[in-house]
Design a protein around this ligand. Structure first.
Ligand code: GLV
Ligand code: MN
Ligand code: MN
Length: 410
């Protein structure tokens, strides 16, 4: 793929990136913490609205908190691109925002090329893709497609106990009409999400490729394991008198890690642990452990969870603790639209790669022809401050996105 970006495109990319770099920085964790309806998210939304308006696009907030910008009149057959602004706690700069910045610059590039779309074009910023605040990943796209119930979402709470309904109220967002947006969905002809690659499958497929096309997403889900024991004094409680919930929680961490060796292609991770009350000289009374599990299909994923939970229950019995497991989400494996994927791969002469990460494109894929473009990530690191993509590769991504949109809007 040979493309030398004109300086104007590089300048616009650098300016946009520098403007976003200041928003939502997390001085404590490093990287960025941007969560739905928080200050950083609202600043990102304002930034996007200003950028879209400057380009003469019509900005619109949908009934589920997703932000749209239209080039042309909204209507059937719309070609849609975009991603999300939110991050994981202490996440990287690229996961999400790269797709949004690229969507704006791809419009610029199409205009430079003199393209007049025969179909409506829309850019979308989906709300809470990471589930970093309310625990449900792809919250905005799930609501739009009906994959999440409005009532369920209204009642979700963030770690500070603020409900989705209250968080929405705080920023003046009306949640009366939360839920499936059938008309909007019916208008989408195709969805293409550009994203930084997470992992290094692109490198494995072709070490020279800067851009890949997505083929599928593995099944993935989240579970909260609550272990309850007995709170007590760390210094005075004899071994036989201890009912320490951290011991079964430790078994969960180890069982999750061991499962990688036992099940080819499976990954299970406990990345968040919250002991109550959480004191150094205190045996916790209970602990919540959040587990992320990904495997080939939903049934295999659920079976793997059962296996890990069995190890936790065994340890809990020895420790005199009880265990309650709550599934927060489960998404089955997704195959992106085969025709769209192949068309893009041929058009861009780019390798086709699967991904172990979840995306809004995976939620939309059940309803509209959807696929993804991945921009090379030299180390593969993501969901961490070290996430990176070279600007030259990002510009190749913008050009690739403009290429595919130009073809789709004919
Ligand atoms: C989102 O990036 C996820 O895969 O959890
Ligand atoms: Mn992510
Ligand atoms: Mn993402």
């Amino acid at each position: 793929m040979k493309y030398t970006p004109p300086p104007a495109a590089a300048g616009r990319f650098n300016t946009a990136w520098a403007e976003l770099a200041a928003l939502g920085r997390d001085g404590r964790r490093g990287g960025y913490s941007r969560h739905v309806f928080d200050d950083a998210d609202m600043q990102m939304r304002e930034w996007f609205s200003a950028q879209a308006t400057r380009r003469g696009l019509d900005v619109e907030l949908d009934r589920n908190g997703n932000l749209w910008a239209w080039w042309g009149t909204p209507g059937p057959g719309a070609v849609v691109t975009g991603s999300h602004f939110d991050s994981v706690p202490g996440g990287g700069a690229f996961d999400g925002p790269l797709g949004i910045v690229s969507s704006l610059l791809a419009i610029d590039e199409m205009r430079v090329r003199g393209i007049v779309p025969a179909k409506p074009v829309a850019l979308v910023c989906f709300a809470e893709e990471e589930g970093g605040r309310f625990g449900l990943p792809c919250l905005g796209s799930r609501l739009m497609t009906g994959a999440a119930e409005a009532e369920h979402v209204r009642r979700l709470h963030d770690p500070d106990g603020v409900s989705f309904a209250d968080a929405a109220r705080r920023i003046g967002f009306d949640i009366t009409h939360l839920g499936r947006d059938a008309d909007r969905l019916a208008n989408i002809g195709a969805f293409v999400e550009l994203h930084v690659e997470q992992g290094r499958l692109l490198h494995a497929a072709d070490p020279t490729a800067a851009i890949g096309v997505g083929s599928q997403i593995v099944a993935h889900g989240r579970w909260r394991i609550t272990v309850t024991g007995e709170g007590n004094h760390a210094g005075t409680t004899k071994p036989d008198d201890r009912h320490d919930p951290m011991i079964p929680a430790a078994a969960a961490i180890l069982a999750a890690r061991r499962s990688l060796a036992l099940h080819d292609g499976a990954v299970a991770t406990i990345g968040r642990l919250q002991p109550i009350p959480g004191g150094t000289n205190v045996i916790a009374s209970s602990v919540d452990a959040w587990m992320d599990v990904r495997h080939g299909g939903a049934a295999e994923t659920a079976a793997l969870v059962d296996e890990i939970v069995a190890a936790v229950r065994e340890e809990a019995e020895l420790e005199g603790c009880s265990v309650v497991v709550h599934r927060e989400s489960l998404s089955d494996a997704v195959m992106f639209d085969a025709t769209l994927t192949m068309d893009l791969a041929l058009q861009l002469d780019a390798p086709v790669i699967p991904t172990g990460a979840g995306h809004d494109a995976g939620i939309l894929a059940a309803h509209v022809p959807s696929t993804m473009l991945f921009v090379r990530n030299p180390t593969g690191i993501s969901h961490a401050p070290g996430e990176h993509a070279e600007t030259s590769d990002c510009l190749l991504g913008v050009d690739a996105l403009a290429d595919v949109l130009a073809e789709l809007v004919r």
